[in-house]
Design a protein. Structure first.
Length: 323
């Protein structure tokens, strides 16, 4: 697939958006990938990565093998994700601590528009489609109510967390960061990223070594998870697209409970900086919110989030024209 430099730059920016979304418990990078028009290409490209690539490399050369897995696209996208997690993640975390209502309002508008966008892709509305939407909405809603539990200090558990979280991250409507929070490994993941960066920049090899081991375990679990799940998703998009879209729509509808801007805090946890942040919350009306509900500004940010989808959708159309 031939693309211009600008097209790959656009893909990097989409990766940055995916990374920023993935670091927030309640928002899915898979949602960003879908509405920006790269989701199916991402799933298909990952599915093509197998041992057969080495055979192509041996017989037809590296360039042919690289093109067979859409390598430049994957490198551009995952570079954007990495850039975002290592940089914009700090901004997202600051906003979560200091302007949570406005941040969640923006994401609420974004996901609300995403639901309409994905549902619009369903061509044939049948009883099965409606049942799939209802059941997955209920399932996703109850996932948002799940109570996090502590993570045991085990390398096998970190492998498992990486496996499960990457599946959630790539699935629109399901937040990988929130799944990590439920599994009790969110703080471990954030600490790992921070310690990896700090150990490298400060020369603290002991800190770097410990962080690198945890990172490798999470990454290994993620690689296995994304490979296994991408094959299933790729098959479903090719053979059961309407049903797949219905399932994704349902997951996103249920996830709205998690990103509703106005919450009542039921319990708190200590994050990686030693700051107390909400652990269990309950969605409430703005009029019942303890503090400034910022209703007017929140409404503005919901609208901004909603119309942001129009921009991402346009970028997705531009991508299709470039193919």
């Amino acid at each position: 697939m031939q693309r211009s430099f600008f097209s790959y730059l656009t893909i990097i920016f989409k990766g940055i958006a995916m990374g920023a979304a993935d670091v927030v418990p309640g928002v899915s990078g898979g949602t960003i990938a879908f509405i920006s028009g790269i989701y199916e290409e991402l799933i298909e490209s990952i599915d093509k990565i197998n041992l057969g690539v080495f055979k192509i490399w041996k017989t037809d050369g590296f360039k042919t093998a690289w093109n067979s897995i859409n390598g430049t696209f994957l490198v551009a996208l995952f570079s954007g994700i990495a850039i975002s997690i290592l940089s914009l993640a700090k901004l997202i975390k600051w906003l979560l601590h200091n302007e949570p209502v406005l941040l969640w309002s923006f994401f609420f508008g974004l996901v609300l528009a995403s639901i309409l966008y994905i549902a619009k892709q369903i061509k044939n509305w049948s009883a099965l489609v409606f049942v799939a939407i209802v059941l997955t909405s209920i399932l996703s809603y109850y996932i948002t109510l799940a109570e996090p539990f502590a993570s045991p200090d085990s390398p096998y558990y970190l492998l498992f967390c990486g496996f499960i979280a990457i599946i959630a991250m790539i699935l629109p409507g399901v937040s990988g960061a929130f799944i990590l929070l439920i599994l009790g490994a969110y703080q471990t993941a954030i600490d790992t990223i921070n310690n990896l960066r700090n150990g490298l920049f400060t020369g603290n090899m002991e800190l770097f070594k410990e962080a690198f081991i945890n990172f490798s375990l999470l990454a290994l679990g993620a690689i296995v998870g994304i490979k296994v799940f991408s094959k299933l998703l790729n098959w479903m998009f090719k053979h059961k697209k309407n049903l797949t879209l219905a399932i994704l729509t349902g997951f996103m509808i249920g996830s709205l409970n998690k990103i509703w801007p106005w919450k009542e805090v039921l319990s708190k946890r200590v994050n990686s900086e030693g700051i107390k942040v909400p652990l269990l919350e309950k969605s409430i009306l703005p009029t019942n919110f303890d503090g400034d509900s910022q209703l007017l500004m929140a409404s503005v940010f919901i609208i901004i989030g909603f119309f942001t989808i129009l921009l991402l959708e346009r970028l997705g159309k531009d991508k299709n024209k470039a193919v």
